[in-house]
Design a protein around this ligand. Structure first.
Ligand code: FES
Length: 111
């Protein structure tokens, strides 16, 4: 079995204000990218596993994300559900020397 991984440039980190998220279409996936007030960056699936709420519009506090529709809570650093029945798919993400958010697409599935 072969696992393919690809790096995709998403946007400039400056396009995501600290404490907010933005959604993006990546090849084969819709992704939500979060920029915490502490300067960390996380990427998850864009739609909430509950009823497909727009996670990028959720409330971010530290590494905690609260879905804007029914308040399921997720840990952005692991994708685990803190309150809710199903976690999030997460994606490796980094910021390069030019301040661009680079996402690695792979198959890390939470549930
Ligand atoms: S859609 Fe996210 S908690 Fe319901």
């Amino acid at each position: 079995m072969t696992e393919t991984m690809a790096e995709v440039r998403i946007c400039s980190l400056s396009a995501i204000p600290p404490g907010e998220g933005r959604s993006f279409s990546a090849p084969g996936e819709d992704i939500a990218v979060f920029h915490t007030r502490g300067g960390r960056v996380f990427a998850t699936q864009a739609a909430c596993p509950h009823k497909r709420g727009p996670l990028a519009d959720g409330l971010v506090g530290g590494t905690m994300l609260i879905c804007p529709l029914h308040a399921w809570k997720f840990d952005l650093s692991t994708g685990e559900a803190v309150m809710g029945e199903c976690g999030l798919r997460t994606y490796p993400v980094r910021v390069d020397e030019e301040g661009q958010v680079i996402l690695t697409l792979d198959t890390h599935t939470a549930c």
